[in-house]
Structure formats: structure tokens, C-alpha cells
Design a protein around this ligand. Structure first.
Ligand code: SDX
Length: 432
């Protein structure tokens, strides 16, 4: 007999089954709550609510654990690469050599974007925010790839291998194309002889007669950044992808919505906000200690960006890995970035400060990622775009989980209405 939860309401007792996950996570199954009791549960921000049962990623916020399909992020960071990890996130297991080669080839074969996209981009204001452009381009991919975006579940699933490869590859191509057009340059064509990371840097920086020259530590650092962002269970943007997918929308429409959800400074926009915060501290001559006091006061409206997390109440394991990669990269490239020193000061001070300790505020994935991206030559206003390129496999895999569930229902939360009670219409001449 599975464990039961008993709810006492209005002198009655109601039993609800308990669902247990592979890692002993427990949930009360409230799917019959309203029909049996007339009540709904209330959990603003969904911090205590499971929206789905998923097989993709496991996060333990208390222990600082992150695993993609059961494999610890530390092992993947050490031994895998972005495309191999993407394959596993999409299909469930690490690929055989043959499957991996096929997947890499499919990514390269799907890397070119429609020539019409260049025309669309030329119509965008030159100073458009890159995340605003990316959200448009991702949704527009359902226009450029109509046979992969039919909104017929069976058909879209049948074409999944192609649409998944197109979403992962063309997000990078579109991002680089958008950047080059915004600075008045023509786009570059994808180079199938290059790795995913080197191809992106080639698309961004190759010039006529002066092709981008891959640098091993740069390639490795970028590939690692993308791998570390590849999925993160039901975060704001991934939940948005699932919400849109639950209505039967195609993969591109769903990831376009997810990309827009990522844009906010509380979510994917934090990596840009961290660099802006570090630059502000540097320009003010502060070593970080003044800023920490402002962030603690709450009155200044300032937060220590890159710190805190809805789930991690201990170190975000990705922050540890990126922090080390940051040191390695800057040392190897001989870059002396004063923002790194400030970031280290902030981290040291915050980790010893009762305000942050009491609130379980630790560095998250965004705290060091901006310093790495800047060292790679990525423009600051594209940092969240880099997050989206990395997160694409996770968004696509979550779309597939929804699409493959024949019993899946359209997501439709309830609410508690707190507006005006019933009242009559008043003709305009009688209103005051
Ligand atoms: C990502 O969900 C995911 O998985 C997301 C992500 C992914 O991979 O998809 O991991 C990526 O989005 C990482 C988070 C990036 N955002 C930031 O770094 C922005 C700065 N951090 C915060 O705004 C905040 O920590 C959140 C939004 C991340 C989490 O907020 P919570 O858990 O809802 O915390 P809260 O806003 O309820 O704050 C609790 C207390 C408050 O103080 P009190 O009212 O109790 O006095 O902690 C304080 C907050 O003021 N607080 C901070 C703080 N974050 C929370 N104080 C100073 N600096 C901060 N960064």
C-alpha cells in the first residue's frame, strides 16, 4: 500500500496518495483535491509544487547536487562535451560512438539558417536587445521550418531528430548572425569541420580573409559554459516551455517562449547584471565591501547579483566549476580582469556574512559566468543569449517529454479571485 497523506477539512478526512521519486523526493498527489473537497492548493511562485514528473535532470538544493539523466555535473564537466551531453539530455543515455557521430553530423547539417532570416534581421533596429531578437528568431523558426512545426504532435515527434538539431544548431547561428548584422557585418556560413564551440566563435568573429583561429582553452571554456547551462529541471524558462508545449504548440514556438522567460534579471539576465554590478563597483573605487552593505540593507534596491537561488540553499555546483574554469582561463590567456578580484572579494565577504548565511545565499551559475564570457570576447549584451544557447537541449528535451505523454493535459493552474464581488454595469453618463 503506497503511503497516504490525510487532510482534515471541515470535520472530514481526505486521503491523498504520496508519490516518491527515484531520489526519495516526496509529493502529495493533489490531482483530485478540488473535485473531492472543493478546495485548491495555493503556492504562489510554485516553490512547493511539482508541475510534472520528469526523467531529465535531478537537482538537490540542500546538498548542491545536479545530475543530467543521473550523471553528476562534475563528471560531465570533466569528461564530456556540450554535444555529447546534449544527446544524453535529449535521448536519455550517453550515445555510442556511432550515435554521437550521427548526432554531430545532424547538428552540422542543420546549422545554416534560412536566408530569409538575414532579411528579417535587417529590419530590426541596430540597437535591439539581443534577447528580444532571439525570442523573435526562435518563434520565427516555425515559419522557416514549417515541416518541422506543424502543431500536429505525431508529425512533430516524427521529425523530432531534425527539429531538435535545428533548434540547438540554429540558435547559435542566428545569435551570431544577429550580432554581426547589428554591427554592420555580413553573416558567416557554418563550418562543419569545427566543433560546436569553435563554429560559434567562427560565426561571430571570422572576417574576410582572416578566419577565426581556434584556441584550445577558449574552445574548452565555451563548451564547458554551454554544458553547465544545458538543463536545470523546472526553472522559470523550462517551465514556460512545458506550459506552451502542453497546449500542443510546436518545438520552436515553445522554446521561443522559454527564451523570453529567460530574459529577466532574476533568471537568465543575471549573468549580464553581475558584470554590470562588478563594473559599477570597480568604477566607484569600492573593493566590494560598500556594495555588500548596500545589498544587505535592502533599501538600496541593490542585490548581490549572481548570489541566491530558488532551489540551491548551498553552493550551486555549477558556480564551483565555472569559478575554477575562470581562474584557469584568465591565467592561460594572461588576462588580468579586476572584476575577477572584486568577485572573489564579494564571494569571500558574503560567505562569511551572517546576512547571507542566514538566508542561504551562495554563488549561483551566473556569478562567474560573465567574467568567462567576457574573456572569450562575447559582448556583454549577448551573455543571456549564451545562456539560451546552452539551455536549448534542456528546453527541447522538456518539450519532448510533454509531447510524448499521451495522457498529458494542457497546463491550467487555478487561482483565488480577490477582485470586486458581483456588481452591475453602469452607463458612462452615470459614472463619477
Ligand atoms: C538562474 O531556477 C533555476 O534553476 C534558475 C537557474 C537555471 O539554471 O535555470 O539556476 C538560473 O536563474 C540563477 C539565479 C540568477 N539570479 C540572480 O543571481 C539574481 C540575484 N538573486 C536573487 O534575485 C534571488 O536570490 C533569486 C531570485 C535567485 C532567488 O530568490 P528567492 O529564493 O525567491 O529569495 P527571495 O527573493 O525570497 O529572498 C529571500 C531573502 C530576502 O531577504 P529578506 O526579505 O528575508 O530580508 O534573501 C534576500 C531577499 O532580499 N536575497 C538577497 C539576494 N537574493 C535573495 N539579498 C541580497 N542579494 C541577493 N542576491
Amino acid at each position: 500500500m503506497s503511503k497516504q497523506a490525510i487532510l482534515k477539512l471541515d470535520e472530514k478526512e481526505f486521503e491523498f496518495p504520496v508519490i516518491e521519486g527515484v531520489e526519495d523526493e516526496k509529493a502529495v498527489d493533489f490531482r483530485t483535491l478540488r473535485s473531492r473537497t472543493g478546495y485548491i492548493s495555493y503556492d504562489e511562485g510554485y516553490g512547493n509544487t511539482g508541475s510534472c514528473q520528469s526523467e531529465i535532470t535531478f537537482v538537490d538544493g540542500e546538498q548542491g547536487i545536479l545530475r543530467y539523466r543521473g550523471v553528476p555535473i562534475e563528471q560531465l564537466a570533466e569528461s564530456s562535451d556540450f554535444l555529447e551531453t546534449s544527446y544524453m539530455i535529449l535521448y536519455g543515455n550517453l550515445p555510442t560512438r556511432e550515435k554521437l557521430d550521427q548526432f554531430r553530423a545532424r547538428i552540422h547539417d542543420n546549422a545554416a539558417v534560412s536566408p530569409l532570416m538575414s532579411e528579417a534581421l535587417k529590419g530590426m533596429p541596430k540597437d535591439s536587445p539581443p534577447m528580444g531578437v532571439l525570442g523573435c528568431l526562435l518563434s520565427a523558426m516555425s515559419c522557416y521550418n514549417p515541416d518541422l512545426a506543424t502543431n500536429d504532435r505525431a508529425c512533430d515527434l516524427e521529425n523530432f531528430d531534425e527539429s531538435a538539431a535545428a533548434a540547438i544548431a540554429q540558435t547559435a547561428t542566428a545569435a551570431a548572425l544577429s550580432y554581426r548584422i547589428s554591427i554592420g557585418l555580413a553573416g558567416n556560413q557554418p563550418d562543419p569541420s569545427l566543433s560546436f564551440a569553435d563554429n560559434f566563435l567562427h560565426l561571430m568573429f571570422s572576417e574576410e580573409g582572416k578566419p577565426y583561429e581556434p584556441v584550445a582553452e577558449v574552445s574548452r571554456a565555451l563548451d564547458l559554459m554551454l554544458l553547465l547551462h544545458a538543463d536545470h529541471e523546472q526553472n522559470c524558462s523550462t517551465s514556460t516551455v512545458r506550459m506552451v508545449a502542453s497546449g500542443g504548440a510546436n518545438l520552436f514556438a515553445s522554446v521561443g517562449a522559454g527564451s523570453n522567460a529567460l530574459w529577466g534579471p532574476a533568471h537568465g539576465g543575471a549573468n549580464m547584471a553581475v558584470i554590470k554590478m562588478l563594473e559599477e563597483i570597480r568604477e566607484s573605487g569600492d573593493d566590494g565591501s560598500r556594495f555588500i552593505e548596500q545589498a544587505k540593507s535592502g533599501k538600496s534596491g541593490k542585490r548581490l547579483m549572481g548570489f541566491g537561488h530558488r532551489v540551491y540553499k548551498s553552493f550551486d555546483p555549477r558556480a564551483k566549476i565555472i569559478g575554477k574554469a575562470c581562474d584557469d582561463l584568465l591565467n592561460k590567456m594572461g588576462i588580468d580582469d579586476p572584476c575577477l578580484d572584486i568577485a572573489r572579494n564579494l564571494e569571500k565577504a558574503a560567505l562569511a556574512d551572517d546576512y547571507f548565511i542566514a538566508r542561504n545565499l551562495y554563488p549561483n551559475v551566473d556569478f562567474y559566468s560573465g567574467i568567462v564570457l567576457r574573456a572569450l570576447g562575447i559582448p556583454v549584451d549577448m551573455f543571456t543569449v549564451m545562456f539560451a544557447i546552452g539551455r536549448m537541449p534542456g528546453w527541447v528535451a522538456n518539450w519532448r517529454e510533454i509531447a510524448m505523454n499521451p495522457k498529458g493535459k494542457i497546463n491550467r493552474p487555478r487561482q483565488i479571485y480577490q477582485g470586486p464581488a458581483q456588481r452591475d454595469y453602469v452607463p458612462v453618463e452615470d459614472r463619477t
